[in-house]
Design a protein around this ligand. Structure first.
Ligand SMILES: Cc1ncc(COP(=O)(O)O)c(C=O)c1O
Ligand SMILES: Nc1c(O)cccc1C(=O)C[C@H](N)C(=O)O
Length: 406
């Protein structure tokens, strides 16, 4: 009860609290949504925006809309995302494909840019799609993967990267925030360590975009990729984005050369000649319809401010850890995320052997975190849509489930 009152006080004092009311009300089947880092909630405005797009742009302008606005839309939206969330100057971001497809493109391009180098450095703790794609690219190109072992908190340190990068390293592929533990990597220092040996870096920003401030240009990042259905609330299957530093664009070798990335798609000529700049990252027709929810969401992040979002994110994750220490640790629950907020992103993972079953039970009650093997509950705390009260309800429901088993 004490904690509930305290959460209410925190919500009352939260400068971002009004944004929560701009999300679509999920109705009574959801008591606490703690999975915004798997699938973010829709904005209430999204339905009307989609309908207006269908009626006005698609319905009325029809094929003319490609010339009038859609051909440039993936780049305009990318620029806005770059400005608001990534610290990227215009002309370096595109919204397209899925994260997986873009990781493939970036890995192949990074290897093609350094034919004398044949190693990909990455972490064994990385999200499966990153590992599978690197293994596939290694098999296709003859490159070798150098695996980093993550530490207990899922992290990859600057020192561990510096130890393995060298003259054979073509590219380091790492997650800015680890999908399981939430470990926040030191992206500028790791990028500098790779650059010191002539290697390039690809950052997977899936769990950090919209949750933590970034300065890709200032950090001299080479390439980055991320999805838009987590903290950017773009919806299931919303397209991903890629960042390619301006200095690498002219030599970027697109491995999936399709007509939309060609210099003049409607000239219908052959052979393929790549377009200038970020357009060459495209392969086929970009999913304009699926990009629409991002328009309002990126505007909302600009309005809230990414620093304020990060400040609330730190408060939410601190509280999740405090409550877990106090209420769940007595049942044997262990923390998998870093305790130091400076090394932690927007989610917290706690482990217990009963959590796979507990998660099923929680979902039936409308308390929705996610389960990550072997025995982790991941609490995804999305600062614009998650309240402190919701977090407390979630932890209390986990405590009750564990108490019922004890
Ligand atoms: C770190 C990371 N990379 C990639 C992906 C997924 O990529 P895709 O959007 O292609 O499914 C996810 C989540 O699904 C992820 O957490
Ligand atoms: N992309 C997902 C999906 O299509 C279904 C369910 C979950 C997801 C996820 O995003 C998983 C997420 N990337 C993770 O970190 O586990």
């Amino acid at each position: 009860m004490t904690e509930r009152c305290s959460a209410r006080a925190l919500d009352a004092a939260d400068p971002l609290a009004p944004f929560r009311g701009r999300f679509l009300d999920p109705g009574p089947s959801v008591v606490a949504y703690l999975d915004g880092n798997s699938l973010g909630r829709p904005l209430a405005e999204t339905g009307a925006h989609l309908w207006s797009f269908v009626a006005r742009e698609w319905g009325d302008r029809l094929i003319r809309a490609w010339d009038e606005s859609w051909m440039d839309f993936p780049f305009r939206l990318g620029d806005r995302l770059g400005e608001v969330c990534l610290g990227a100057a215009a002309g370096q971001c595109v919204v397209a494909d899925s994260t997986s497809v873009l990781i493939y493109k970036l890995l192949r391009a990074a290897l093609a840019a350094a034919p004398e180098r044949d190693e990909i450095v990455m972490s064994r703790g990385d999200f499966p799609t990153d590992r599978y794609l690197a293994e596939g690219v290694a098999a296709e190109t003859g490159a070798r993967i150098v695996w980093l072992e993550p530490s207990m908190d899922g992290g990859v340190s600057v020192e561990s990267v510096a130890e393995v990068v060298g003259e054979r390293t073509a590219v380091v592929l790492l997650s800015h925030i680890a999908y399981r533990s939430g470990f926040l990597a030191d992206a500028p220092a790791i990028t500098a360590a790779a650059h010191a040996t002539g290697a390039r870096v690809i950052w997977d920003l899936c769990h950090s975009v919209g949750a933590v401030p970034m300065s890709l240009d200032a950090w001299e990042v080479d390439y980055a990729v991320g999805c838009t259905y987590k903290y950017l609330n773009g919806g299931p299957g919303a397209p991903a984005f890629a960042y390619v530093a301006a200095r690498h664009q002219d030599s970027f070798q697109q491995p999936l050369s399709g007509w939309m990335g060609a210099a003049d798609p409607f000239a219908m000529t052959s052979p393929y000649a790549p377009a200038a700049g970020m357009r060459r990252l495209l392969t086929g027709t970009p999913p304009i319809l699926a990009m629409q929810p991002l328009v309002e969401m990126v505007a909302m992040i600009a309005e809230a401010g990414i620093d304020a979002i990060r400040a609330k994110s730190v408060m939410l994750t601190e509280r999740a850890i405090e409550l877990s220490d106090e209420l769940l640790a007595p049942f044997g629950v262990r923390l998998s995320s870093p305790r130091d907020a400076a090394q932690r992103g927007g989610h917290v993972t706690i482990d217990h052997p009963a959590f796979e079953e507990v998660t099923l039970q929680l979902w039936e009650q409308g308390v929705i975190p996610d389960f990550r093997p072997p025995d982790g509950i991941r609490l995804g705390l999305s600062p614009l849509s998650t309240s402190f009260a919701e977090l407390d309800l979630g932890i209390e429901a986990i405590r009750e489930a564990l108490a019922a088993r004890a």
